[in-house]
Design a protein around this ligand. Structure first.
Ligand SMILES: [Zn+2]
Length: 830
């Protein structure tokens, strides 16, 4: 088919064809030296073309907003009419005032802001190609309608949200593609190797990261987003190439805090997209598959920030330059670009035609947020049970422009997240208070409400994420308006100088920062011990898990011990306690075996095609970006040659491992190796020596219990068995080092139905007990199964250990309390 003809047909309303445009401005084809869609364009070339257009057109402004982990440029182009560009800063500031419900915000002539985000998933690669055509077309003064649209619309174009992932895909594809594209779906052009280009450098899905902002790409982009707060945001994706095109309106479940106008405008935009698709006879679907619930997507996050957030999905993952689809047609990259270009243009038309309405509804959204917050609660109070985690939670709120304060002296009644009932509590000095009387009320409520209402069980992602559970902090949802009194937490004064010559120094352990203290001490070759039991010296009670540095034991090898320790304390902003005698008032004296030496972990994680890229990426990111501790990344074929001198801790992330590889580990474990099995890595070792873990088996569902579904329901998930992601309470053995810093309860995010039998010879540190369900969608049969069983356990084998962590304790790097469990498993278990 002649695609150029199609474009001309579908864009008669732009009254031009691409070939007849302003002669002195190079088209993408002219600039790149090949026809757009005939090959994939490297990221640097896309950036170069944007710079080229901005260099010759005063109505385009480029903004660099940072670098990726692999040092590629992140940037947006802003384009509008000359008048708007001359007043761009006023427009931006006025728009921000609207988003803060400020009284002096001006509605007159305020243009709507439309933000087009291309290629958040790197291997959905047609959209960055499209972005060049979009910006080129918007920039042409001869495209009359477009120039009219830009009079009341400011367009922000991000050509590529995930340059590292996209480049991984493009490099792979360009290096394997044949001279003539091979449309055969089983050719290697359509079989992308592990870890694939969807994800960023650390294998994080950036379309799950908007609210958490764990990745630099998201951190920098969302900071920029909050400087603009667009009225409309479109996130361009691709789906399976056997599917056609999806655009809004979205599928159920739609979160109840999404307003009637937001839902209605999705229909308006969808119908205008449909008009152009209908003209061409192109297939599409709406109201299916892509729901609006989980808050970290490129559609929901803008929606919870007052925008019209929408996802557009072209069929195209793994399609290369051309692929034979199930219906026998050949889908080309040029087709995919045309479809994304069509919705880009149609959306600009929709936004422009509704610009005044969009801006006034945007204003109303934030006025309503302040006047009457959504949901049944007016405030949330999070107890400062762990100062490190409460500060991190406050940091997360700041990144999302949610207002908060600390402390008060009130006694209140509220819904207890821990006990799931109304209880009375006293507000403490460092308790974090979020009053929903604020412009960001919707986002705050979505992130904190104890239970998310879900209207349909078919959902794309997790159904529970309430931050108090993720951070492992007690909290209360309160029906009255409570305000905090202080802008920051009160730190316990570091006035007590670290003692110079005690019998032993004592260090607390309840945060990642404390792990960094241990790391610094061990890196200085200082021997560190752990207190397995509570002890009392000079009237002061020290908790199990406290770290001890005995002076005499270390002085022999460290002439300057006291100075070294003091320097570490100062550098990490900690003060260490000191005890003057090894004679303990209560508990065991310091010569007892309950104060074992901690070894210095030499850690490796496995990577490769049997490993979940998300699983290994979360471990890698945590070690490099948070813990700042060396990590070896090794591949499976090297499991036979593990040397304890170089690796004494091995992490197997979620994955499916070959028995022959697992069997190689027995000797290494026996000699003193520690292996940490995460999520489904555990399934791979069941039945293999020396692993004693057993899956919990369930009786088969009887036919009576089996619900027979009608043909009309055939596309529904088997809801009875489903668990898209729900929160369960785990009872911890708080006397075990694995649970230090967490107390006796951990809230786990369960994304599968796996439980294990308690270990007969081992420590059962984390158990699910009956009625442990806290929040989220869980099918009836699945709920019955998840009644009781083991999630976290330790087995000793010879001189070594096996640690079982059955759930993802590093989930998307936002499940903060799980990081404590993970750090304990690396440093405190021996
Ligand atoms: Zn996608």
């Amino acid at each position: 088919m002649n695609h150029m003809k199609k474009i001309i047909l579908s864009f008669l309303f732009f009254s031009i064809s691409l070939t007849s445009l302003n002669a002195q401005v190079k088209t993408p084809d002219e600039f790149l030296g090949y026809a757009l869609g005939s090959r994939f364009t490297p990221h640097a070339q896309i950036v170069a073309y944007f710079k080229y257009l901005a260099g010759i057109n005063k109505n385009i402004k480029l903004v660099d907003y940072g670098k990726t982990y692999e040092n590629r440029d992140l940037m947006i182009a802003i384009i509008s009419s000359k008048d708007n560009m001359d007043n761009l800063e006023q427009i931006r500031i006025n728009n921000l005032k609207l988003s803060r419900a400020e009284k002096n915000a001006n509605l007159n002539n305020q243009p709507a802001i439309l933000w087009l985000s291309y290629n958040v998933h790197g291997n959905e690669a047609s959209s960055s190609e499209t972005s060049m055509k979009t910006l080129y077309t918007f920039a042409q003064s001869s495209v009359a309608n477009t120039q009219d649209y830009l009079k009341n619309t400011v367009v922000i174009i991000d050509p590529c949200l995930n340059p590292d992932g996209r480049e991984r895909y493009v490099n792979y594809f360009n290096s394997v593609s044949s001279n003539v594209p091979d449309a055969n779906p089983s050719s290697r052009e359509h079989t992308e190797p592990w870890p694939r280009g969807r994800v960023n450098h650390y294998y994080f899905d950036l379309n799950r990261d908007w609210a958490w902002q764990s990745q630099v790409e998201t951190q920098q982009r969302v900071a920029l987003y909050h400087l603009w707060m667009p009225e409309v945001h479109v996130d361009f994706h691709e789906q399976s190439y056997n599917d056609p095109y999806y655009f809004a309106p979205a599928a159920e479940p739609v979160h109840q805090d999404i307003t009637p106008f937001q839902r209605e405008f999705q229909i308006t935009a969808g119908k205008n997209n449909a008009k152009y698709f209908d003209q061409n006879g192109w297939q599409y679907f709406t109201k299916e598959r892509f729901d609006l619930l989980y808050p970290s997507y490129g559609d929901t996050y803008p929606l919870y920030n007052g925008s019209i957030g929408m996802t557009y999905e072209q069929g195209g993952i793994s399609a290369g330059l051309a692929v034979k689809t199930a219906s026998g047609d050949t889908l080309t990259l040029k087709d995919r670009i045309n479809h994304h270009f069509t919705t880009s243009m149609a959306t600009l038309e929709t936004v422009s035609k509704n610009s005044a309405k969009l801006v006034s509804e945007f204003k109303l959204y934030f006025e309503n947020s302040v006047a009457s917050s959504p949901g049944i609660y007016k405030s949330y109070v999070v107890k400062a049970d762990n100062l490190s985690r409460i500060k991190k939670l406050a940091g997360l709120l700041s990144k999302n422009h949610i207002d908060y304060a600390f402390g008060g002296e009130k006694t209140l009644n509220g819904f207890s997240f821990q006990h799931k009932k109304i209880a009375s509590f006293k507000v403490g000095r460092n308790d974090l208070i979020i009053n929903l009387k604020q412009p960001a009320a919707v986002l705050a409520n979505v992130l904190f409400e104890p239970e998310t209402k879900v209207t349909d069980s078919n959902t794309y992602d997790i159904t529970a994420w309430a931050l108090p559970y993720a951070y492992g902090l007690n909290a209360y949802a309160v029906k009255e308006s409570v305000s905090g009194q202080y802008p920051a937490v009160e730190e316990s004064p570091n006035s007590e100088a670290t003692p110079v010559s005690p019998y032993a120094w004592v260090i607390n352990w309840n945060s990642i920062e404390d792990a960094q203290v241990l790391i610094a001490l061990q890196q200085a070759n200082i021997k560190v011990r752990i207190a397995e039991l509570t002890f009392t010296v000079a009237g002061k009670v020290y908790q199990p898990g406290s770290l001890l540095v005995y002076r005499a034991e270390n002085e022999k090898s460290h002439k300057d011990l006291s100075n070294t320790i003091n320097a570490i304390a100062l550098k990490l902003n900690k003060s260490f306690a000191g005890v003057s005698s090894g004679f303990v008032d209560k508990g065991k004296d310091f010569g007892s075996s309950v104060y074992p030496l901690l070894s210095s972990p030499k850690v490796a994680v496995l990577a490769g095609s049997d490993v979940s890229s998300q699983g290994v990426g979360e471990v890698w990111h945590f070690f490099e970006q948070e813990l700042k501790y060396p990590l070896n990344i090794i591949s499976e074929q090297n499991l036979g040659n593990l040397d304890l001198a170089t690796i004494n801790v091995l992490i197997l992330p979620d994955g499916s491992y070959a028995q022959k590889n697992i069997e190689k580990l027995e000797g290494w474990i026996n000699q003193g190796g520690k292996i940490i099995l995460m999520e489904d890595a555990i399934s791979s070792v069941v039945g293999i020596k020396p692993f004693e873990i057993k899956k919990k088996e369930y009786p088969a569902t009887s036919e009576k219990e089996n619900r027979f579904i009608s043909y009309g329901e055939k596309d529904k998930d088997n809801f009875e068995e489903s668990i898209p992601g729900a929160i369960y309470k785990v009872n911890l053995d708080k006397t075990h080092p694995l649970s230090v810093g967490l107390g006796d309860v951990y809230y786990t995010l369960k994304t599968d139905g796996r439980l294990y039998e308690p270990l007969i010879k081992g420590w059962n540190v984390g158990l699910i007990k009956p009625n442990a369900f806290i929040a989220g969608v869980v099918g009836k049969n699945m709920k019955k199964k998840l009644d009781a069983g083991l999630l976290f356990g330790i087995q000793t084998v010879g001189k070594g250990n096996i640690i079982y962590l059955a759930d993802d304790v590093l989930f998307r790097s936002f499940w903060e309390s799980g990081k404590q469990l993970f750090v304990n498993s690396i440093f405190l278990t021996y």
